[in-house]
Design a protein. Structure first.
Length: 461
């Protein structure tokens, strides 16, 4: 009898765990299918780098689905990880790092997405030998990718120069000229100092690149990265100001050779394989050129009447400078939504957000939730399928499917994206077009590792 009771209790406990496990599995499956349905709205799939899951190796542990800061990029369907919202992936690659069996590798966008990207070898070289592209301009977003690529590209150049020391005897020619002082350009410059290359960095604006233009006190998410002239930078999140202060500290210590306020207008390669780099007032010569221009380029304009008024702006850094104002924000991406919410939280502002789409496209999960709150509490008035048709001194005219309305207005911010510097690249002669951009980041990493080893061996000799 005793053993029958013990058996009964054991069976009940086992049943309890089995039923809860199956319930959880069902819930997870339902969530995954819902996420997949949402993902279908953006059927063009991943725009840039994204995870590739080898289902032969995936053991269905779901770790990858829990680590992504962007939300439901991955989900478990039928016991395997699948991409359900590829458009949300911005390449943190935490899923690949977390996968216990190495079933995930980060890959680049599909060839069709790569059509308006410059062709690059795994060493970041363009179709013009000696001319390299690193950072976001090459298609990979995120600060850590920019830092890694800037550093590794200099290692490749150092290796080539090391093999050919005679090439370095010419006076007045830099080993490398770096264009752009965002994270990619900063990292390349510091590695050039570390590797004792002669270099100069030209920056049209200010040091810090896109980061310097983030809104004040923006929280920057990053990953541990090997930073030249410093070592492992381990912070996962910090304010924009603290990140800029960190770079400033390292750059001052390293005696950074930068010329700011100098926009590169043209680059030509001579018969002698030396590049001539032209800015408005100066000409430089270098054996190698690294373009670290980012993809932000010039802000895209709408071509709307009155857009030239000084009250119409394309970048918001200090939201707290605006109080008691009637504000229109135009756009449907993260920058527009964040700006609208930032402005709405300042005293007395009345913020309207207008967007031509039926729903916000591609915004981060956390922005989507915060925006829903702002709409519910009336902090931001959202007008979808609506376009501005005229900006006037103290009002704006909006059009929603043919119905026009004029609303009072003090300031307008437009976030319609940037025009990447493709025309500049084409002028310089960099090759574009359909290409197989499915080169795994791991292949790139292996290449960089080989370069690093060769460099270390060369230094030891
Ligand atoms: C609002 C926003 C928030 C973001 N948040 C994060 C985040 O939290 N974490 C993260 O990892 N990433 C984030 N990113 C992405 C990250 O900022 C970029 O991936 C990164 O800055 C790219 O670095 P880069 O060096 O390639 O280019 P950039 O930072 O864009 O720098 C390019 C530099 O080149 C200069 N330049 C351009 N053309 C010329 C020329 N002809 N001559 C001379 N100089 C030139 C520019 O002035 C600029 O300084 C965010 C981006 C945005 C827009």
């Amino acid at each position: 009898m005793d053993s029958l009771i013990t058996f009964g209790i054991a069976a009940a406990i086992t049943l309890f765990f089995v039923v809860s496990y199956l319930r959880n599995l069902k819930k997870r499956d339902t969530r995954a299918r819902e996420a997949a349905e949402k993902g279908k709205l953006f059927s063009d799939g991943p725009r840039a780098q994204h995870p590739h899951i080898d289902t032969n190796y995936c053991i269905g542990c779901a770790t990858c689905t829990t680590v992504c800061p962007e939300g439901d990029v991955l989900a478990m369907i039928a016991g395997k990880a699948v991409i359900v919202n590829g458009h949300k992936c911005i390449g943190h690659s935490l899923c690949a790092d977390a996968c216990p069996v190495g079933a995930i590798t980060m890959v680049m966008a599909s060839p069709s997405m790569g059509a308006d990207m410059p062709f690059l070898t795994p060493e970041h070289e363009t179709t013009i030998p000696g001319l390299f592209i690193v950072g976001e301009l090459g298609g990979l977003a995120l600060i850590k990718n920019a830092v890694n690529q800037g550093r590794d590209c200099i290692d490749t150049i150092s290796l080539r120069l090391g093999r050919n020391p005679a090439a370095r005897a010419t006076d007045g020619v830099y080993d490398v000229l770096i264009v752009g002082a965002g994270p990619a350009g900063i990292s390349a410059s510091l590695r050039a100092i570390e590797n004792k290359l002669s270099y100069i960095t030209l920056e049209r604006d200010e040091v810090g690149g896109t980061v310097a233009k983030y809104p004040r006190q923006k929280l920057v998410m990053t990953s541990p990265v090997e930073f030249p002239m410093y070592g492992k930078f381990k912070k996962m999140q910090l304010s924009k100001e603290n990140l800029l202060a960190f770079w400033d500290m390292v750059l001052n210590r390293a005696d950074f050779n930068v010329s700011t306020g100098e926009k590169v207008e043209d680059i030509k390669k001579g018969e002698d394989s030396i590049f001539t780099i032209l800015t408005v007032n100066n000409g430089y010569r270098a054996r190698h050129v690294i373009l670290a221009l980012g993809r932000a380029g010039e802000p895209r304009k709408l071509g709307v009447k009155g857009e030239e008024l000084p009250k119409v702006m394309y970048r918001l850094i200090e939201a707290d400078h605006y109080i008691n104002k009637k504000i229109l924000v135009v756009g449907g991406g993260d920058s527009a939504v964040e700006a609208a919410m930032g402005l709405a939280h300042q005293a007395g502002n009345q913020v309207t957000l207008c967007y031509r789409g039926e729903h916000f496209s591609r915004i981060k999960e956390r922005n989507s939730k915060r925006m829903e709150d702002c709409m519910r509490t009336g902090k931001v008035k959202v007008l979808l399928q609506t376009n501005p048709v005229e900006f006037k001194a103290s009002s704006v005219i909006l059009d929603a499917k043919g119905a026009q309305q004029e609303i009072p207005n003090d300031f307008v911010w437009i976030f319609a994206g940037g025009i990447p510097p493709n025309d500049f690249l084409k002028k310089v002669g960099v090759g574009f077009g359909q290409r197989d951009v499915t080169l795994e980041a791991s292949k790139e990493a292996k290449q960089a590792e080989t370069s690093r080893k060769q460099l270390a061996q060369a230094a030891a000799r």
